[in-house]
Design a protein around this ligand. Structure first.
Ligand SMILES: NS(=O)(=O)c1cc(F)ccc1F
Ligand SMILES: [Zn+2]
Length: 268
């Protein structure tokens, strides 16, 4: 994340926002950028895709932080305690962190869209190919280096699993703050079905590396409007010392050109 990005980088089109990233990161106009609009009718069912397997039982979160662009929960990733495998992946990928993207009201917030529909929020579970590469940073520069699971959050009943997270947001209100946050297992944030779409893409924020195998779950999880409002009203783009307080909302990149990529579906 770079100082030149003003705190309103989350505002599409605003100075320093997604529409300007190409100036410093020409890859922003590359041919495998993310997110995308998923056209469900054009996704190709691939029966040879294996079921997605999340081995999150030894899961240990370590901290929660506000990096000025999202709220991030990090994990110990020095061994294969928390990995995913199967799906489109050729080996296991290790969980590094998860974070969210959301809007300031109901009709927007997710990065991926499905048949043009946006969700109020999208959760990203970020994993790296520790079988092939020595560090997350190295993997982030390789075409098969990262695997990110995207999960849509929609509004509905209260989600019991996310309460511990929304209750911790006050500790990381300001950019650059971090707090201890252990024993949170994101398995509680999964929908009942692990059916997914998958396609080759990129990081959705600078440096926008084209190193992500995207796995987007078809089924959303339901959280209450009150829980969504905790993200919108608690977190700030700005640091404690900054005069003006900018609410952290609309920290999503809009869909990017598909450029001939094929989206595969694990389901009919
Ligand atoms: N939104 S993302 O999952 O593509 C992402 C993950 C990272 F670890 C770093 C930057 C990113 F943009
Ligand atoms: Zn993300």
């Amino acid at each position: 994340w770079h100082a030149w990005m003003t705190s309103c980088q989350g505002v599409t089109g605003g100075e320093g926002g997604p529409s300007e990233w190409y100036r410093y990161y020409p890859i922003a106009q590359g041919n495998r950028q993310s997110p995308i609009n998923i056209v469900s009718g054009q996704a190709a069912f691939n029966s040879s895709l294996n079921p997605l397997v999340l081995s999150y039982d030894q899961c240990t979160s370590v901290n929660i932080s506000n990096n000025g662009h999202s709220v991030v929960v990090e994990f110990e990733d020095y061994d294969d305690k928390t990995v995913i495998s199967g799906g489109p992946l050729s080996n296991s990928y290790r969980l590094k962190q998860f974070h969210f993207h959301w809007g300031n009201q109901h009709g927007e917030g997710s990065e991926h869209t499905v048949d043009g529909k946006s969700y109020p929020c999208e959760l990203h579970l970020v994993h790296w190919n520790a079988k092939a590469y020595a560090t997350f940073g190295e993997a982030a520069g390789k075409p098969d280096g990262l695997a990110v699971i995207g999960i849509f959050l929609d509004t509905g009943g209260q989600h019991p699993g996310i309460n511990r997270l929304t209750d911790a947001l006050y500790m990381v209100k300001f950019k650059g703050t971090q707090a201890q946050f252990d024993n949170f297992n994101p398995k509680c944030l999964l929908p009942s079905s692990l059916e997914f779409w998958t396609y080759p893409g990129s990081l959705t924020t600078p440096p926008l590396n084209e190193s992500v195998i995207w796995i987007v779950l078809k089924e959303s999880i339901k959280v209450s409007e009150k829980q969504m409002d905790k993200f919108r009203k608690t977190l700030l783009f700005s640091g404690e010392e900054e005069g003006e307080r900018m609410q952290m909302v609309n920290n999503f990149r809009p869909p990017q050109p598909l450029n001939g990529r094929k989206v595969q579906a694990s389901f009919k």
